[in-house]
Design a protein around this ligand. Structure first.
Ligand code: ATP
Length: 237
């Protein structure tokens, strides 16, 4: 397994946001984590990438324990997060934002990778000199993903990439996520849009009130009456 969570617990003061969960992602897999607002999905992702302290349990990545490592060390090891709300630098240009994604690299292929992002996201090429704050929501999401790819991730953590986007753009973002996965990048995707997430993922985990309540192949979850009723907007089968 590339990523292995065992008994992961996250607390905010007295609130137990994640109550001891097990989760794994194999190399090359696309796995999604779905669940209602406040179920603990984002806290789980933030704990993996060191943005939130791990209260208990372990986060193993590529065979070693991550909790306690300095956050800036993670991109160097191929672990990159696209946070909810995107986290781009609004005052910097599109190209500067993309270049920031390569901050941990010392190789000579950065310029080539920049071109690759512009091929994947032609809108970003057109707007390469524009400040990121002037982009539309969809373009900002593309920029956030493009910036993450500039780090050449092995494991990409995506937190709610569809948030606040029109349906057409959501479909485009999901196409891109699928494409990134097809190129061999391992992905852990947190999504409110359970249907779309389960349609592109191989496996899925369902979180409720800080616990993993279901873990199964995505196709099986799409057929599960409980999942259909609670997360896919369908009445009980
Ligand atoms: P969302 O889709 O809203 O992000 P989520 O499933 O990702 O939901 P989390 O954001 O992980 O859920 O939140 C889990 C619980 O922890 C919620 O009760 C939330 O209010 C609480 N929480 C999250 N972040 C903090 C924080 N920084 N301080 C205090 N409580 C927090």
């Amino acid at each position: 397994m590339l990523l292995e969570l065992r008994g992961l617990e996250v607390r905010y003061g007295g609130i137990r946001a994640v109550k001891g969960i097990d989760l794994e992602v194999g190399a090359g897999e696309l796995v999604c984590l779905i669940g209602a607002n406040g179920a603990g999905k984002s806290s789980t992702l933030r704990a993996i990438c060191g943005m939130t302290r791990v209260y208990a349990g372990s986060v193993r990545y590529a065979g070693s324990e991550l909790s306690g490592l300095p956050v800036h060390e993670l991109p160097r090891r191929g672990l990159v997060m696209v946070p909810e709300g995107r986290g781009i630098f609004p005052q910097l240009t599109v190209e500067e934002n993309l270049s920031m994604g390569a901050f941990s690299r010392r190789d000579t292929e950065i310029a080539g990778d920049l071109d690759r992002q512009f091929e994947t996201f032609p809108r970003l090429r057109e707007r390469r000199g524009q400040t990121a704050g002037t982009l539309s929501g969809g373009e900002q999401q593309m920029l956030a993903i493009g910036r993450a790819l500039m780090a050449r991730p092995k494991l990409l953590l995506l937190d709610e990439p569809s948030m606040g986007l029109a349906p057409l753009l959501v479909a485009k973002i999901f196409d891109i996520v699928r494409e990134i996965s097809a190129q061999g990048v391992t992905i852990l995707l947190v999504e409110q849009n359970a249907r779309l997430a389960l349609e592109i993922a191989a496996r899925g985990y369902v979180m409720e009130s800080g616990l993993v309540t279901l873990a199964a192949p995505a196709r099986q979850l799409l057929e599960d009456p409980k999942v259909r009723e609670a997360y896919l907007g369908e009445g009980a089968a």
